[in-house]
Every structure is written in C-alpha cells, then in structure tokens.
Design a protein. Structure first.
Length: 78
C-alpha cells in the first residue's frame, strides 16, 4: 500500500522524467528510459520528518550503496 508521502515523491519524480517501480524495500525504484533503454536508476526510501530508518532499511541502504554501488536516497516529506 502506498501512503500519501510516497505518492507525493512518486509524482515529483514522474515530473522529472523518472518511471516508478514499487518495490517496498526501499519504497521505490525509479528508472529513466530513453529510446527503450534504461539510462539511469535510483532507489528512494520515503520518510516523514519524525521517522527513522529501521534496522532492515539500514541494511538495504548499505547493501545497495556500498556493495552494489547503487544510487540511494532518503526523501523526507511532511
């Protein structure tokens, strides 16, 4: 289930040309496609200003960034 903050982040990324893929851990995989080819991707975790990453989310961040060299960001929404 997608919450309001996650939808806000999805719409903002769509405006910037990203295509959302709902994955849950982290919340989103965004991809950019040109001429049928993936040209960029990033993972995005959505949190409220008071939320903290869970232990599992910290593990995902570490694996994605440090071991797979993937782009990963945490987006804070009100």
């Amino acid at each position: 289930m997608t919450n309001q903050r996650e939808m806000q982040v999805m719409h903002q990324h769509e405006k910037e040309g990203w295509k959302p893929v709902r994955c849950g851990a982290p919340d989103w995989l965004f991809i950019k496609i040109e001429k049928g080819e993936i040209i960029d991707c990033k993972f995005v975790e959505v949190k409220s200003i008071t939320d903290k990453l869970t232990t599992e989310q910290h593990l995902w961040r570490k694996v994605l960034k440090d071991f797979l060299s993937a782009k990963y960001e945490v987006t804070i929404c009100d």
